[in-house]
Design a protein around this ligand. Sequence first.
Ligand code: SF4
Ligand code: MG
Length: 337
Amino acid sequence: TEPVLSVRDLHTHFRVEGGIAKAVEGVSFDLFPGEVLGIVGESGSGKSVASLSIMRLVPDPPGLIAKGEILLRGRDLLKIPYEKMRKVRGGEIGMIFQEPMTALNPVFTIGMQLTEAVRVHEKVSRAEARDRAIEAMRQVGIPDPAERLKDYPHQFSGGMRQRVMIAMALICNPSILIADEPTTALDVTIQAQILELMLAMKEKKAGSSIILITHDLAVVAETCDRVVVMYGGKIQEVGTVHQIFEEPKHPYTRGLLASLPTASTERKSRLSTIPGNVPSIMNPAPGCRFSNRCPEAIDRCSVEEPVLHQLPGERFSRCHLVEEEALGQVDKEKADV
Ligand code: SF4
Ligand code: MG
């Protein structure tokens, strides 16, 4: 199958006092039709910047996509005019963010924002757009949708606002939905409802795909088909959900899994049990980005940066141990994941 979206060698930088922060460095991955791809990492791993780069929403300045390609069905989104990109957003690619208030305009009613979202992308009458808005709100489970069109964002509860944002993201039937921590601010029951809703919406349009960005491996286990693990602006491991959970090939992934609560412990909201801090993206140390926190580090780790090794079964791991273990096997750096 051809990927619907291919990110190729993406480099996104921020010009900050004293230099350049390389938030995303050489990230490549594919998104296939019908799949839910999780991008996992702690805050500062580059996962959100990668998703903002796909949408060309990195604030410039100080941000800058220094290099790379974002291929949507073969068309490079980094090369199309800005006006065309506006149509891609909310059209072919829908977005959901952690905090709906940043995506919803507080001074317009939900009805105005939903109908406008339709009319930016499709030639429909106001009445038709209004019908679509009501239908979208009904689909995401907002009671009395026709009445609630008149309300402003602050008149909705947190969970309902997240539903409004999903309605907005899906009203034009995008083939890709990018959701960045869509449930983080919500309580556990609403979280589960929102994830179920996203998956149900995906099933409605055959071949549509989701990129789910999260720090929460429990969410990944429940929703994703494949996982990209990021750390220090780089991809560290790629595999299916089963591979990642059953046979992690990177010490960072193993650390994330170890920090997952078991049935008997309380669910943690942050992956905070790996000691140490995320590396400086301003002045990354030589060697592996994870070496100052890695419990399995060997001598070469602090001097030599590992490449992203390809393993059997479309798996990838950026770790020297993989190479040491597989001595005799041919290693190669492969950009396309
Ligand atoms: Fe740990 Fe070394 Fe692997 Fe980095 S390369 S994850 S420091 S073992
Ligand atoms: Mg983030």
